[in-house]
Design a protein around this ligand. Structure first.
Ligand code: AMP
Length: 317
């Protein structure tokens, strides 16, 4: 059963996991909390633009979560509920190095047999974000969109190890890829992040964004690169979803301005950093639930101040 019918063309479509997470960090723990890569990224993107989400849930997925997604302008026509099925479930923990997620358990459940069928209103999407999920499903979505302006993908170690060939095919077909530094090294076998980035660009995406957790992010765009700082937070409650909210802020911003120039991509990296920095302040989506557009604008300005050190014409060296 799909959620409802929407005939308005969707500008931004996101596919990826929609799940329930058990997470433990030095600051506390949650069980069966709203999670999933598509969920985090769609919520982050929804602060900039309407979103259509493609995924699957089981009977156990609470209606209150669907109501929350709906309240954020997230269209659910591409979400299928499998009666008698169980929702994707991830369990993990973080030690004091909050950059490293330790997976305890991944239950694909209804995602194991999922065949995404895009509603007609999604096929003409201009912006497509293939959030973290089986790359075979990412390819199935890519095969159904007609002529997107920009395709972006994310992934994780689980798929680099388990579905490498499909992942390389996804990479060969997208414009932009997101990866964290460890995943880029794992995929390419290169110790140097710059070499790893070049190797991934050779596979396909001319733009690559390497997330470095609490150390910011690097944007490689053709031969140029741009380095974004991270926000100096005093305490991080739960890093889960940092990468996804980063990607959601990035693609949501790009779709909202409908421009893919290098300048926009740089701004989008900062918008992604802003969204990730808020997301980690609380567990699950709790911080994003009470986030306001004014807070986003204020933190974006703080990022500008943080990264600014000299106008080119003032440089005396
Ligand atoms: P991140 O932004 O990398 O912290 O992503 C965290 C989210 O990824 C969690 O909410 C999980 O539900 C989801 N997740 C964990 N493992 C996988 C996987 N193998 N495939 C898709 N999503 C996953």
């Amino acid at each position: 059963m799909t959620m409802d019918k929407n005939t308005t063309p969707q500008s931004l479509v996101i596919v990826g996991s929609i799940g329930l997470d058990d997470v433990q960090t030095p600051e506390g723990e949650v069980r069966d909390a709203l999670g999933g890569a598509a969920t985090y990224s769609a919520i982050a993107a929804s602060f900039f633009t309407p979103v259509g989400i493609v995924g699957v849930i089981g009977d156990d997925f609470p209606q209150t979560h669907l109501d929350y997604l709906d309240s954020r302008r997230i269209d659910l026509a591409g979400v299928e509920r499998i009666s008698g099925g169980k929702t994707f479930h991830w369990a993990g923990y973080y030690d004091f190095d909050l950059n490293v997620a330790h997976t305890l358990d991944t239950q694909l459940n209804v995602f194991a047999d999922f065949k995404p069928v895009l509603p007609d209103s999604y096929k003409k999407a201009s912006y497509v974000f293939l959030a973290n999920i089986d790359p075979v499903l990412q390819l199935e979505v890519l095969n159904q969109v007609e002529k997107p302006k920009l395709t972006v993908c994310d992934t994780m170690n689980f798929w680099i190890t388990g579905k490498r060939d499909a992942l390389v095919e996804v990479l060969s077909r997208v414009d932009i890829a997101f990866m964290n530094d460890a995943e880029a090294r794992q995929l390419t076998g290169c110790m140097s992040i710059v070499k790893a980035a070049r190797a991934i660009q050779k596979i396909g995406p001319q733009t690559l964004i390497i997330k470095k957790g609490e150390h910011g992010a690097l944007l490689f765009h053709n031969d140029e690169h741009f380095s974004a700082p991270s926000y100096p937070l005093e305490s991080i409650a739960d890093p889960t979803g940092a990468g996804d909210s980063f990607a959601g802020g990035f693609i949501g911003y790009v779709a909202s301005v409908d421009d893919i120039s290098p300048k926009t991509l740089r701004r989008a990296v900062i918008q992604g950093s802003v969204m990730a920095s808020f997301n980690v302040e609380d567990f699950s989506m709790n911080r994003l639930r009470r986030l306001t557009c004014d807070e986003i604008a204020k933190r974006y300005s703080e990022f500008r101040e943080m990264a600014h050190f000299d106008a080119l014409e003032d440089a005396s060296l």
